[in-house]
Design a protein around this ligand. Structure first.
Ligand code: C2E
Ligand code: CA
Ligand code: CA
Length: 785
């Protein structure tokens, strides 16, 4: 059973009190009973002594009376006459005895001859001529032997025999007097002693009660009772009342008669009844008071506790308003105060947590969780046919900016951007920062046209520069767009597809990108790969392939271009076109370039030890040039691998140089001073003019393969190639043709004066082992140093 605390306290106190009170009651009852019983026993003992004295006195008085009668001359004369003439005198003696008996209140009186033969008397049972039944009393001289209590004919008789002398010592006969002890006598005794009196004879269960002051019914019950054998105090039940009894042999008998004194225990106890009622009343009152007290105390403990239980339930359901009463300075009051305190703290903390859960702490815009929730709601509430659009805006090169200016500046910039977006937020649109440099806008309802217009609106906000630490900067970002229901019907898929579109947009260097299903397979894989690239470099999943370069005029091998390959443990071969652009966006490209340079230099060292002088080209990205330590890194690596700087060619696209011409220029100058060769890659795909190139400290131009592949069939391409070669030569630059696949192209390039050829005609890029094999069977002359 699950009792409440209050009920348990109540039950305990009342139970305890009840037990104590019952014990006290039982003790009082018991001692009262015992005391009463003992008292009665003592009273009965005392009564017995009183009665014994009384009986003694009475018997002495009767004996004295008998002695007096025995000396009466009239009686003596009549006895003498009777002895002389028995027939005549018996009448007159009997009459005299009659009168004596009546005067002395004897039951009867007799005169017997010295031998015990009855001469005359007033007894109805004993007649002249019979012998006295108490012949033994006639012997002996002791006065006590001449009197006795006997049971005769259902009566207790006090028999007194007195010798009649005529004169002494001539024994004339015996005067026998019988005094009855009857109900009346016992009544007297009862009054005298204050106890009920009964004279008993016979066996237990079958007593004779010859005299008693008790009622007839009590007498009958007593006759059939079974008293214990031993004398003294005992208990018996008489007429529904408990009696204390005292039994003793009746003095002056031969033991067959017993005196029983009785007193009602029930009556004696009844005198204690008012006391017991008072006690019961006190107990009841104590119980009542204790119950009330215990209830009050228990309530002061349990009421706040149950209030607290209530409050805990409310807190669990998110309600922190109701407070527990803080009354009193007791521990309970203290607990209540602490409880309220705790409740307040929890409320505060929950507010913070829910703020953190739904707010971006940096910009105080909604966070991703909140955005997803709102997007879900918008999707659920969208009318049939109406779309919901997600715009995902991601800053370009934010990571480098962060690295260069510091995280504080980066954070400040994000805040400024957040503020600006919020300021120009169109009515009904929802804005959130999803993390990093990613902001999202929710537009509902939306169609593709509206979504693009919105994307344009938000992208335009970036044209105004931001001022961070006194530096004014212009940001660029790519906005990926996904629309329900065409691009996804759940918040998750819309966000994911907006992200896919955004990444695709980055690779295309476009500001806005709308999701298309074709983007997905590639982009998803790429997204996953990006997180793995750094680990891939460390775990040796990358390898360098080598593609030979030919000096056209002499048809001798010039060197190789190093091209990176990623053999992913699950996805297998991944082309550099797949991951290089993403590595550039995530900043992993710098680590990759360093790995490439180290690996390439180690390879040059191996070739040098084999007597081969291969000019080895590595590709670097725009971000590498933005790193002020780049040139220093190459210097240290050249020294470490003991490689001649002239063996290293650094290929760089024109657009990379143009990203930050000043910084790039500085780095390139430094490399050139070192003796490293510089090559402009993919020439012709950008917009840089020859005039701009002229200022760069480079050694060669690589004409993009798109111009070479159709060289023979496309006259435009031939013009471009021819003029490029001429211009480059005028500027003192060597020209490399990429993508040479046929002998015919090679020969045409030879005619046009191109210096170097690279392409499948010689070989595809080869793994180190395959390249070693290719070298062994190489149809071209090898550059041995
Ligand atoms: P790229 O620097 O223009 O490299 C030349 C690309 O043209 C290579 O593709 C090569 O396999 C391919 N190619 C060579 N000869 C022929 C030919 O005769 N016909 C055709 N159709 N293609 C030919 P790959 O290896 O897939 O590399 C693609 C691009 O990835 C490279 O273009 C380069 O921009 C980038 N890349 C490769 N490795 C690295 C690297 O280590 N660092 C950096 N930053 N970028 C790299
Ligand atoms: Ca290249
Ligand atoms: Ca190229």
């Amino acid at each position: 059973m699950n009792l409440s605390l209050r009920n348990r306290i109540l039950a305990f106190f009342i139970g305890l009190l009840l037990v104590i009170l019952l014990l006290v009651l039982a003790l009082v009852q018991r001692s009262t009973y015992q005391h009463t019983r003992e008292q009665i026993s003592q009273q009965l003992q005392f009564a017995h002594t009183v009665l014994a004295n009384e009986l003694q006195g009475r018997r002495q008085a009767q004996s004295a009376l008998a002695e007096l009668i025995a000396k009466d001359f009239t009686l003596l004369g009549e006895i003498a006459d009777l002895i002389d003439s028995p027939e005549q005198q018996a009448q007159s003696l009997s009459a005299s005895l009659e009168s004596f008996a009546a005067r002395s209140q004897a039951s009867f009186a007799l005169v017997s001859a010295p031998d015990g033969r009855i001469l005359a008397g007033t007894s109805e049972h004993l007649h002249p001529g019979q012998r006295l039944p108490w012949a033994s009393m006639l012997q002996g001289n002791e006065p006590s032997s001449h009197e006795q209590l006997v049971l005769q004919g259902g009566q207790v008789l006090h028999i007194n025999v007195t010798p009649i002398f005529a004169p002494r010592p001539n024994l004339l006969g015996w005067l026998v007097m019988a005094f009855v002890i009857d109900d009346r006598a016992t009544q007297h005794w009862a009054e005298l002693s204050g106890a009920d009196v009964a004279v008993l004879a016979g066996q237990p269960g079958n007593y004779q009660v010859p005299a008693t002051n008790l009622s007839a019914a009590a007498r009958a019950q007593l006759a059939s009772s079974l008293l214990p054998a031993d004398d003294g105090g005992l208990l018996l039940e008489l007429q529904g009342q408990q009696q204390v009894a005292y039994r003793a042999p009746l003095a002056g008998t031969d033991g067959e008669l017993q005196l029983l004194l009785l007193r009602s225990l029930s009556d004696a106890l009844a005198s204690y009844q008012p006391l017991q009622w008072q006690l019961a009343a006190i107990i009841l009152a104590a119980l009542l008071l204790a119950s009330i007290g215990a209830w009050l105390i228990a309530s002061t403990v349990s009421r706040p506790l149950s209030q607290m239980v209530e409050s805990v339930r409310r807190i669990a359901s998110g309600d922190y308003q109701a407070r527990v009463a803080e009354n009193g300075g007791s521990e309970v009051g203290l607990l209540a105060r602490e409880f309220n305190h705790m409740q307040r703290d929890i409320a505060e903390r929950e507010a913070t947590i829910s703020f953190l859960a739904y707010r971006d702490p940096l910009t105080s815009l909604d966070n991703r969780n909140r955005f997803v929730a709102r997007l879900q709601a918008a999707l659920a509430n969208a009318l049939p046919g109406a779309g919901v659009a997600v715009l995902l805006m991601d800053l370009d090169n934010f990571k480098d900016l962060n690295d260069t200016l510091g995280h504080d500046a980066g954070d400040q910039l994000l805040c400024l951007l957040g503020e600006r977006l919020l300021q120009h937020l169109r009515a009904g649109d929802g804005l959130a920062r999803l993390g990093g440099d990613e902001f999202a806008v929710l537009i509902a309802p939306a169609d593709p046209h509206a979504a693009l217009a919105a994307a344009h609106h938000y992208h335009e906000l970036l044209t105004e520069p931001f001022a961070v630490r006194g530096i004014s900067m212009t940001l660029n970002a790519t906005v990926g767009i996904a629309l329900s229901p065409d691009h996804g019907e759940t918040a998750g898929s819309l966000l994911q597809h907006a992200e896919v579109a955004m990444y695709w947009g980055k690779t295309q260097h476009s500001d806005l990108a709308l999701y298309r299903a074709e983007l997905d397979s590639h982009s998803l894989l790429r997204l996953a790969l990006m997180s793995e690239l750094k680990g891939a470099i460390e775990e040796g999943q990358l390898s360098l392939y080598f593609q030979p370069k030919l000096t056209i005029a002499s048809r001798t091998l010039l060197g190789v271009e190093c091209l990176v390959r990623w053999i992913h443990p699950q996805h297998g071969f991944i082309a550099p076109d797949e991951f290089i652009p993403l590595a550039e966006q995530t900043g992993n490209i710098c680590a990759l370039t360093r790995w490439v340079i180290r690996t390439a230099l180690a390879q040059i060292r191996v070739w040098q030890s084999e007597g081969l002088q291969l000019k080895t080209a590595v590709n670097i990205s725009a971000l590498d040039l933005l790193n002020p330590d780049f040139a220093a890194f190459i210097t240290s690596q050249l020294q470490e691998h003991q490689v001649d700087p002239a063996s290293l060619v650094v290929e760089i696209t024109e657009s990379a140089v143009m990203a930050d011409p000043a910084l790039a220029m500085q780095q390139l100058e430094e490399l050139r001073r070192l003796g490293v060769k510089l090559s402009i890659d993919d020439y012709g795909t950008g917009y840089s003019s020859m005039a701009q190139l002229k200022r760069l400290p480079v050694h060669e131009l690589k004409i993009d393969q798109s111009f070479i592949s159709d060289l023979l069939s496309n006259p435009d391409d031939e013009i471009i190639v021819r003029s490029t070669i001429e211009l480059a030569h005028n500027m003192g630059l060597k020209v490399v043709a990429e993508g040479v696949e046929t002998q015919a192209v090679l020969e045409q390039l030879d005619r046009l004066g191109c210096d170097i050829a690279q392409g499948y005609l010689l070989s595809k890029p080869l793994a180190p082992a395959a390249f070693a094999e290719w070298l062994a069977k190489c149809p071209w002359a090898l550059p041995r140093g």
